[in-house]
Every structure is written in C-alpha cells, then in structure tokens.
Design a protein around this ligand. Structure first.
Ligand SMILES: [Zn+2]
Ligand SMILES: [Zn+2]
Ligand SMILES: [Zn+2]
Length: 757
C-alpha cells in the first residue's frame, strides 16, 4: 500500500442530521480526492476518510469552516486508523446505535432556491406548496423518532415518485436525503373545506381561499406547527369578527406580510429587526407601529407595538402573493388553549370560528407555535420560544445528569437536559385546562423519545397546586427536587450565560410561590446554582380577592392606596376610586384590612398593576401583564426625574412601595400627565435597584447582577437597569435565548436541581 496513505475516523456532533450534512461531506471528500464513507449513526455523523495526510487535514478544517447553513457542529472527535484501501467515497444507510447524541434541527423557512422554483412556471414544482430541500422545510414538527429518516416522520405515507427518488439519491443534488422531499405527483396536497368541514371543489385551492379572504372571510390555514386563523389585516370588520369568534378581545394579533416593503407601510423596521424578520427562524418580531398606518385598529388595540412575521412556508408565500399586503395570522385556538394541529381536531375546535379551512395531508407530529422576539438594549430577546428555535439546545457551562424540569404554570415549557445541553420545549401554554395539560404530557414523551433522554432527576416548582408539580409528584423512580420560583428565574439567566454564581439576582414578576406562605414577585436574592438567600423584597400588601386581583388591577390600587394612606385613602379624589364605585372599593379595602381572601404579596408586577390603575390606564385586564405593559408604553421619553424610594433595614430588607405610591398620587392630583408620572416611576425603580445592589456589593462583594422574571419584558425598566448597573461598575446579565418570563423557568429549575446534593 502507498506509504503516504493515511486514514482517519471523524465523529461529528451537533445539528448534523437533516441539514444536508452528508452530501456536503461527500462533495468535500470528492474535492480533496479522498476515499471512504459517511454515515448517520445515533452517536453522530461518522466519517471514515483516507488519502494523503495533508488532504485529510484540509478536509477536516473545511468540514468545520464551510458547514452548510443549517448545520451546527459542536464537536469533532478524530482518531487515526489503518488505511483500508477504499475504492471510492460513499454514503451509507443510517445505523441505530446505543446512545443518541445527534441533534434534531428546528423547522426552518423555505430557502431562496426553493422559492425561485416555486414561482418558476417551467419548474416541475411551480406553485407546489410543499416544496423543500436539505436547506429548508419542516423538521421538528414532522419527526416522530430518531434517527431522522423518512419512515420516522409524517412523510412516511408518501412514496417518492421516480423523479423525486432520483434527487433524493443523488449526492450532488440539493435534495439528497431531504426527508420531506416531494412534488405534485407524489407529495402532500392542499384541499379547501367549507365551514361545515366538507371539501369544496377548487382547481386552485390557494386562489379560492384568497378569494374568500378578500370577501372578509376567516380562513383556517394549516401551517408547520399548527393552524393559523387568517383575515385581511386591513379590513376592520373582518378583524372584529375574528376577535369576537375567537373570544380574544384585546390581546394583540400577529400580522404576516409578503416582504419588508409591505411591513414598512405600517411599522418602523430597524436594520437588526429586518435581519430578524428575514432569518431562517422567521419569528414574530415586535415592531413599533406607524401612527395612522393602514392596519385595522383592532389588530393591536391601544398598543404602540405590533407583532409581524414574514412568510415561512411555501403555502404562505403563495397565499400572500395573491395580493395581500398584510394578513392577520393568529394561532388557531380559542383563547388559552393550545394551537390546533390535526385536521379533524382543527375542524372540530375551529368550527364556529373559521368560514373555511385550507387543509393538507402532511401530518403535524408535534404542535409548535410561532416564536416571538423583540430587540431591546441592542440585543434580541426571546419572548416566546417555539418554532424555528426548538429543539436547538442551550449549551451549559458543565455537564449535568439526565434531567427533566417541568416548569411553572403560566406560559409553561419543559426542559430536558443531557450532558451539557439543555433542550427547552416549545411554548406549551397556561396549564389551566385539560387540552394544555395533554399537550404538556405529549411534549414530554415526544422530547424524551427524539432526544433519547431518560431522566434521573425531576425538577418542579415549590407550588403544590401547579398541574406541573402534581404531574411530577405522580412519577415514580425519579429523584424529585422542588425549586423556588424566583431562584429558578435567576438560575435560568445564569444557565444562559454559563454562570454558576454567586450573583445578585433581581427576580421580579407577577406571582411565584414563596416558602413563607406569601406570594413572592419583587425579590432580590444572593444566589448560586444550588442555593439562594432572600436579601430584599418589596414589602407585602394584600391581594383583595386573591386571583381576582390579578384580573382587576383596581383591587391592587385599593390595596396599595390603603397601605400608603391608611383607611383615609377613600377620600382621595382619584378616578380609579370613583369609577370603581364606593361599595366595591369599601369591600375590597375591608378584605385587605381583615386578611379575608387576601393573600399577601411582594409582587412588583402587582405594583405595576396598581400604578396603572391609579393613573386611569386600566382597571381590568384581558390578559396577564396587560396593565403593566400599558404603563410602560405610557412612559414619556427624555424624563430624567425619578421618585424617591426607601427600604427598611432587616434580614431581609423590605423595600417600601408606599412612598412610590404617594408620589404617584400627589403628581396625579397636581395634574401632572400620566406619561411623565410613568417615566418617573420607572426611573425610581431603576435608581432603587442600583442603590440596593451597591449596598449589597459593599457588604458581600458581589459584583455580578442577574435580571430575570416577567417584569423584565418591560424594555424601559430593562434598559434603565442595564445602563444604571453598568455605570455603577456591575457586570449585568439579562435573558436573550430564553424568555425572561415563566417560559424560561424550566431551564433554571434544571440547573438548580442538578446542582443540589
Ligand atoms: Zn430549500
Ligand atoms: Zn415526486
Ligand atoms: Zn415567574
């Protein structure tokens, strides 16, 4: 044998299956004149190559530097071998092995090459709504099990025609081993159904559906991870009808436009936002609405922001090309239920809402909502993490034992950990009804299967009544660890940034179970991955009516006013009191004073609610966080003044909300505009936290601050604190990859549960 012949075995890990990785390896090997083979195994992509030693080195370097767009290499393990004198280079069939280390890619938007074919009348896939290739198309939502091959996906029912098969088998083809490969002759098909669910004959179902949309109809459209409900976003009556039928009175609706130019007619788009809108993940991006733009006011009522996304499936492109500058594309569900995914399920659950259904026969194995992101303080912040991101892992600073964390209750997600990778599930929803609970159970089972993880540790919230906690308690043979809600928030942010502690953790949200029997939510902790200490919190006030106080911020206003002014508060000349009515105010105040159905809370979210109500912005909310959001939007730019704040020394320190509330009331009675009051309130909180962190640093030497919890979705507060703390010399960490809200909490639970012993 040639003395200059060397051989090497490379085991490649990361997102390397279903992303055109093997054809890339094949072509790279040919270019370097190397021989051998490549195979997908359950331990990763296995490459055996032999040839001149310098060629092997060049191959290995380019393997990492020229990876295809959707692939992500996390590890290459190389071992030298004896050359075997291979005849050529080939791709071998998938093998199943002992452990699964390879990552499943997320669903990605249709690529430019496929789009060009979609609109090319000479192409055999002209106007074919399921066109895809190894660089684009469905993945997570069609995969039932691994290794990722067609028989393990919902494409198994479609036998490829000779033309598709030839592409699939030709290593130089863009569709080589593209598992969802299909064409009009052999692949999935569209069908239009009427409101009753009966098929409607249509030569071109897309054109027929578009005609209905133009008449103002509500169209249910089957997408990648579930159904959307679509209406013309410029048609106020259609939007109003959708809201009424969906029983979604005020929550903003997402809008899809064909391109950036169309988006710019109704929203402002920065360069970074344009990049995000066009990225393969295609999230909903929260953009600033143009005043008096062409969008129907009902799309995002009383909101300065609008959630926008660009088309991500070929079907979306075809539909929008029918001449719609903007379509409302909102999740196909009733409020608070999971997104509908199956055809039968959609016909049943969306009947009475949709006037027509645009269906197809490619199954959705797992539902997956659209993701939502926002640019704040120069970074992308994920508000809802689902399609396009899942199941891409968060890489941890160290390896953890196999583990499942089941999250909290609202905006639930679960998190599976294997080694140094944490896989957060897609957004599941509020675990308050049977449909969401079932989705929760199915998501866990599916993720354990496709990630091949058998957890040894189970993590849940301290709250005994969360459905996620109860589910965790029913599981047998696992080590159950309960994690305090705000510790988990802080740990989630630590995990994202590879910190193990100790840090100052500021965790502020609406509600979280406190071990002392009160409802926590305005917390300053000293924390590491295993433990925390409560250093400071907002002084508790009662929530008169319990959960009713979350839906009705006027109750929190009464509670905070009573705490700030005593029983004489009812004589204050405030609209929130007169509009609520003397009797109801009196009853709520009595509940608060007597401690009847009035749990105590240190929640900063509830303080935001109270201030929003006092300012007359909102006495009732239609969804969680609405009042706080409106208080943030109200805040005027360019105001430097800040309300003074105080705390009471002790262990823990108690931050006093009363001086803040009194300052708000006095300015309001003086006739100062709400915009200015809101700005001073935000500034006051920023100064308070900076001052508190300085004090803690003096005492304990902690100089790293972690910000987490739903309150930090407030851009004004987040930006202010990032700036203020950095100016005071702190290293500040905030959420980027996972939500600051309870959607990110499972990641923190995982880190804490694995770090305790
Ligand atoms: Zn493509
Ligand atoms: Zn075909
Ligand atoms: Zn929370």
């Amino acid at each position: 044998m040639d003395a200059r012949l060397a051989a090497r075995r490379l085991l490649v890990n990361g997102i390397v299956q279903g992303v055109g990785f093997r054809p890339f390896v094949y072509q790279l090997a040919l270019r370097h004149g190397l021989k051998g083979e490549v195979a997908n195994t359950s331990e990763g992509v296995l490459i055996d190559i032999e040839g001149a030693p310098e060629r092997l080195d060049a191959f290995e370097a380019e393997l990492v530097s020229r990876t295809p767009p959707l692939a992500r290499i996390t590890e290459v393990r190389a071992t030298e071998r004896e050359p075997r004198g291979a005849a050529g280079f080939r791709i071998v069939e998938s093998r199943r092995g002992a452990s699964m280390e390879t990552l499943i890619p997320p669903d990605v938007a249709v690529c430019e090459d496929c789009l060009a074919e979609l609109f090319d009348p000479r192409d055999r896939r002209f106007r074919y709504p399921f066109i895809n290739c190894t660089n684009c198309g469905p993945r997570y939502t069609i995969i039932e099990d691994i290794p990722y091959d067609r028989p393990k996906t919902s494409m198994r029912d479609f036998a490829m025609c000779p033309a598709c098969r030839a592409e699939y088998e030709h290593p130089a083809d863009r569709r080589f081993h593209a598992q969802p490969n299909a064409c009009p002759a052999c692949g999935p098909r569209l069908a239009l159904h009427n409101a009753a669910g009966d098929p409607v004959a249509a030569a071109d179902p897309v054109a027929a559906a578009a005609a209905l949309l133009r008449e103002g109809a509500i169209l249910a459209v089957k997408g990648l991870g579930g159904f959307h409900l679509a209406v013309d976003a410029f048609d106020p009556e259609a939007v109003a009808r959708l809201r009424a039928r969906k029983r979604r009175e005020e929550k903003p609706l997402a809008v899809m436009s064909p391109d950036l130019a169309a988006v710019r007619t109704y929203a402002f788009v920065t360069e970074e936002e344009a990049r995000l809108l066009s990225a393969p993940e295609r999230p909903i991006v929260l953009l600033r609405k143009r005043p008096a733009g062409p969008l129907a006011a009902g799309v995002a009522p009383r909101n300065r922001w609008v959630g926008v996304l660009l088309p991500y499936t070929p079907l979306h492109h075809l539909l929008l090309a029918e001449g719609f500058p903007a379509l409302v594309m909102t999740s196909g569900n009733l409020s608070e239920e999971p997104i509908a995914a199956g055809n039968e399920e959609a016909l049943a659950r969306l009947s009475g809402i949709a006037d027509a259904f645009l269906l197809h026969d490619r199954g959705i194995v797992r539902r997956c909502d659209d993701s939502v992101v926002r640019r704040v303080a120069g970074k992308t912040r994920v508000v809802r993490r689902a399609r396009g991101y899942v199941p891409r892992p968060v890489f941890l600073a160290r390896r953890l034992p196999p583990l499942l964390a089941v999250g909290a209750e609202l905006k639930n997600t679960v998190c599976l950990v294997k080694g140094d990778r944490a896989f957060l599930s897609p957004h599941i929803g509020d675990l308050e009804n049977l449909a969401t609970y079932e989705a929760f159970c199915e998501t866990i089972a599916h993720l354990e299967r496709i990630l091949d993880i058998r957890p040894e540790i189970l993590a849940c919230d301290l709250h005994p009544d969360y459905l996620s906690t109860r589910w965790a308690e029913e599981q047998r043979g696992l080590l159950l660890r309960r994690v305090q809600h705000h510790h988990a928030h802080v740990a989630a942010c630590m995990a994202e940034h590879g910190l193990t502690g100790p840090v100052i953790g500021i965790a502020c949200d609406g509600t979280g179970y406190g071990p002392d029997g009160t409802v926590w939510g305005g917390e300053v902790l000293a924390a590491d991955a295993a433990r925390f200490e409560r250093l400071a919190h907002f002084a508790c006030v009662p929530m008169p009516g319990g959960a009713a106080a979350i839906r009705e911020p006027w109750r929190m206003a009464v509670s905070h006013l009573q705490a700030a002014y005593g029983s004489g508060f009812s004589r204050l000349d405030l609209p929130v009191l007169s509009e609520t009515g003397e009797e109801r105010v009196r009853v709520a105040a009595a509940m608060a004073a007597g401690g009847v159905n009035a749990p105590l809370t240190s929640s900063l979210g509830r303080l935001f609610d109270a201030v929003a109500a006092i300012l007359g912005l909102r006495r009732r909310v239609a969804f969680e966080g609405q009042a706080a959001m409106e208080l943030e939007m109200e805040a005027a730019e360019g105001v430097e003044e800040a309300y003074d704040t105080e705390w009471e020394e002790g262990e823990p320190r108690r931050i006093l909300p009363a001086p803040l509330v009194r300052a708000v009331v006095e300015d309001l009675l003086r006739g100062r505009p709400a915009a200015e009051i809101s700005a001073r309130f935000h500034n006051g909180l920023v100064r308070l936290f900076v001052r508190l962190c300085r004090r803690i640093r003096e005492e304990r030497g902690l100089a790293r601050v972690v910000l987490s919890g739903g309150v930090f979705q407030n851009a004004r507060l987040l930006e202010g604190l990032l700036r203020g703390l950095a100016a005071a010399g702190f290293a500040v960490y905030s959420h980027e990859q996972v939500p600051a809200n309870d959607g990110g909490i499972a990641l923190g639970q995982a880190l804490v549960a694995a770090s305790r012993n």
